[in-house]
Design a protein around this ligand. Structure first.
Ligand SMILES: [Zn+2]
Length: 324
């Protein structure tokens, strides 16, 4: 696959798969449409070394990405792999990046060590639960869960960490817990670019796995304060400030709507069905609202019993059926 060098199009729903140059020595690898596990990655290439930001969900996809990067990484091999957060669609391909140090925040490393196994993902796809199986196959059925050996960070940090990629600088800034326990932004100050991991979804619905919401609002403010020209989201097309502002507005909206229903005595399930998403109904996977309401309720009442992952997916499946 050739590198796309056309002028950058930002914040457009329609975008292409593959490697795209976004600044001096820096690239994004994009996977439309950014739905479940269709994640993005980044590359910063210096004189003789590169930094890769995240791998992809499975080995074939990661291998295709590394092949697309080969014209760059032959002269500047990947010496460091930074992982933005502990969701498998950002690290299940790690084993293919041989010989690199793998850096992540301690919170992310912990989550990776504790995360779902490839066998568990394959089992989800094979589920014969009539209410749930179809949704799980829609979300995870297109991926190849075979051959994956979960490959963990070799180096962890708290707060921030500087990477020198052959003379080019990247700053890893930990801002989690928000989407997950250890969310990290990879900022390239000279290129005015940030790889944000899943702190940003563009035209797709953010998921609040961890929270609190307040931390994610603050993470949005941090991203805006970095004043980048290009933000590479974890899912969706390249964006600018509009992508950051959009995520913050969505989260503020859901938080307020959930609060009103909590105060009115609705439970999480009723609240998720009751909230009218308006413009956000157009975003992909809008049924993730079911999880986002649960996370908000957990903040409103810390003693609330929490539904398990299976129950959360069942609620999303129900909400998705209702939306259709
Ligand atoms: Zn992701």
């Amino acid at each position: 696959m050739a590198i796309d060098t056309a002028p950058l199009r930002l914040h457009e729903r329609d975008y292409a798969t593959g490697l795209i140059e976004i600044g001096d020595g820096c690239f994004a690898y994009l996977q439309p449409d950014g739905g479940w596990c269709l994640s993005n990655a980044g590359l910063l290439a210096g004189r003789d070394e590169s930094l890769l930001v995240d791998t992809l969900t499975d080995l074939p996809r990661t291998a295709a990405m590394l092949e697309a990067m080969r014209p760059i990484t032959t002269a500047a091999p990947i010496a460091t792999l930074a992982i933005t957060h502990g969701n498998l669609d950002h690290y299940f391909g790690n084993q293919l990046v041989e010989g690199a140090q793998i850096v992540a925040s301690a919170g992310t490393a912990h989550e990776m060590a504790d995360g779902p196994t490839p066998a568990a993902m394959a089992a989800m796809v094979a589920s014969d639960d009539p209410a749930l199986g179809g949704y799980l196959r829609h979300a995870f059925g297109r991926f190849d869960w075979s051959g994956i050996e979960v490959t963990l960070p070799t180096r962890t940090f708290e707060g921030s960490f500087t990477v020198d990629a052959g003379g080019r600088r990247a700053e890893l800034i930990e801002v989690g817990p928000a989407h997950t326990a250890g969310d990290t932004i990879c900022h390239l100050p000279e290129q005015r670019v940030a790889y944000t991991g899943d702190l940003l979804f563009v035209f797709g619905t953010p998921i609040v796995w961890a929270g609190p919401y307040e931390n994610w609002f603050r993470a949005c403010d941090t991203m805006l304060a970095l004043d980048c020209d290009v933000y590479v989201p974890g899912h969706g097309p390249l964006t600018d400030r509009r992508g950051v502002e959009g995520v913050k507005a969505y989260l503020q909206f859901v938080y307020a709507e959930a609060r009103a229903r909590f105060d009115a005595g609705l439970d999480e399930r009723e609240a998720a069905f009751d909230i009218e998403l308006g413009e956000y109904a157009e975003w992909g996977d809008s049924e993730r609202l079911a999880i986002n309401v649960v996370s908000a309720y957990r903040e409103f009442d810390q003693n609330r019993p929490e539904p398990g992952r299976g129950e959360l997916f069942a609620r999303m499946a129900e909400l998705a059926r209702r939306a259709r």
